[in-house]
Design a protein around this ligand. Structure first.
Ligand code: BES
Ligand code: ZN
Ligand code: ZN
Length: 486
């Protein structure tokens, strides 16, 4: 789908349809009335014939003889906050697509309330909303050919461009996560990282199973042992001149989580191709950071394994000794994420980072606690928590801070080892998983853990997301990194 930014008069606009929001009392936005007087009069006359109040986000349309347009599509918008704007923009595009339209012009939704910022949210909502993973069904040909985004200034153009970059990174992540595990194996993910770096200011190192063994990455070796697709470890770096901070991002890359010998029941195994979402998100953040040229050094560390049952699998009761000397007794081979993340966190120490953030589809318990739409945030650093929560408020990706309750530490103490990989009870499962990771986080850095088990992958469409991968929390992390000033 091509996009274009347009700031001119309506007569010069070439499109099949004009897309704009309308308020529940059938008023058009003031910005639209000001810019396109004649068109507004025509539309308001048509609107005055309607009786039933539209529902929030309901889209309706009628023929529109202005210029070269065939239709005008209107989305009812009750609250023009950022996420309302994204949702309305996405509903407008979905309707245009359903009508078989090819080229549409979209007025910035929410402009009365948000000014030119509305351009940013409109573009983001439109591009995230227009996403579909249809390559195995329709090829690349379906859908809209072109969207023209209307704006009024050079500032608007910059916001448009930033939104293109950020949404592009999110949709890149969604494409990767949605690919099934028979297509994306650990080594294929590593190749994707290498491909991403071509043409961007990114360096990529891929460690194969021998290198992984040499580095004593004991968690990756154990979890990866049961698959015929060998593990990989990927280190992607972005190093601008004179960076303000050094940030390490760690992403859980389990290309499929069958549970291993602690095999998952069928209904929980389904969807486990998405257990690589953290890894994909880290790649997406690096893509956006490099394209935006942010003045922050960012390292992406991605442990990649397939968790499968086999003669080579690790077992319950196995003891794993990590490079930092910590010993772990395996109680469930399904609590594999924390084991591979531990290796990456130990490796992160060697990079002397200021901040370390790991992103993982780590626990079902987090979804039980917070629901499908909110990620768990764990950190002891109030300032880092504040910054991440501020960033997510702007993006509409929901994070909720949960406690790193040290009283639960006794639940993951091993009988014969320092740690065990699951708690003695299932209570506070998201917290005990986070406490486990904390034992491996670099001691001199601020560390946060984001459990994305709920929002990474949706079974049903929601807001501007179609079912499947959401690319969360790429937008929040890019926003966070953009705000690093010193
Ligand atoms: N990948 C799963 C967590 C998960 C669950 C992600 C649902 C997305 C949706 C993780 O590896 C896992 O299996 N965790 C176990 C931990 C348990 C054995 C302590 C879980 O949550 O049941
Ligand atoms: Zn698991
Ligand atoms: Zn898992």
């Amino acid at each position: 789908m091509k996009t274009e930014y347009f700031s001119g008069s309506l007569d010069e606009l070439q499109a099949d349809a004009l897309l704009v929001e309308v308020y529940r009392d059938f008023r058009l936005p003031e910005a639209f009335k000001g810019a396109f007087k004649k068109a507004a009069l025509f539309i308001e006359e048509r609107l005055s014939c309607l009786e039933k109040k539209p529902d929030n986000f309901e889209v309706f349309y009628f023929p529109f003889p202005e210029g070269g347009f065939k239709f005008v599509l209107l989305s009812c918008l009750e609250s023009p906050d950022a996420d309302g704007v994204r949702t309305a923009a996405s509903k407008l595009l979905n309707k245009a697509e359903a009508l078989g339209l090819k080229r549409v012009a979209l007025f910035p939704v929410g402009h009365d309330a948000l000014g030119e910022e509305a351009v940013y949210y409109t573009v983001e909502g439109a591009l995230l909303g227009a996403y579909s993973f249809s390559k195995y069904k329709d090829g690349a040909s379906k859908g809209l050919d072109e969207v023209v985004f209307v704006g009024f200034s050079e500032e608007g153009r910059k916001l448009y461009e930033r939104a293109l970059t950020v949404s592009g990174a999110v949709n890149y992540v969604r494409d990767l996560v949605n690919e099934p595990a028979n297509v994306i194996t650990p080594s294929v993910m590593a190749e994707k990282a290498l491909e991403l770096a071509e043409g961007l200011a990114l360096e990529v190192e891929v460690f194969d199973e021998k290198r992984i063994a040499g580095l004593q990455m004991a968690g990756i070796l154990a979890v990866g042992g049961g698959s015929k697709n060998p593990p990989r470890f990927v280190h992607v770096s972005y190093k601008p001149a004179e960076p303000l901070k050094r940030v390490v991002l760690v992403g859980k890359g389990v290309t499929f989580d069958s549970g291993g010998l602690s095999l998952k029941p069928e209904q929980f195994m389904r969807g486990m191709k998405s257990d690589k979402s953290g890894a994909c998100a880290v790649l997406g953040v690096l893509k956006a950071v490099a394209e935006l040229g942010l003045p922050v050094e960012v390292h992406g560390l991605i442990p990649l394994v397939e968790n499968m049952p086999d003669g080579g699998s690790y077992r319950p009761d196995d003891v794993i000794v990590f490079r930092n000397g910590k010993s772990v007794e395996v109680k469930s081979t399904d609590a594999e994420g924390r084991l591979i993340l531990a290796d990456a966190l130990i490796y992160a120490s060697g990079l002397s980072p200021d901040v370390v953030i790991d992103v993982a589809t780590l626990t079902g318990a987090c979804v039980v606690a917070l629901g499908r739409y909110t990620s768990g945030l764990f950190t002891d650093d109030d300032e880092l928590a504040g910054r991440l929560l501020e960033a997510c408020a702007r993006t509409g990706e929901k994070l909720w801070r949960l406690p790193l309750d040290e009283d639960l530490m006794k639940d993951i103490k091993g009988d014969f080892t320092h740690l065990r990989n699951v708690g003695k009870t299932r209570y506070g499962g998201a917290i005990t998983a986070a406490l486990f990771l904390k034992k491996f986080a670099p001691p001199d850095a601020s560390w946060a853990h984001i459990d994305i088990a709920g929002p990474a992958y949706l079974e049903e469409s929601w807001k501007y997301y179609s079912k499947g991968a959401t690319g969360q929390p790429v937008r929040t992390l890019v926003e966070f990194l953009s705000r690093v000033v010193s």
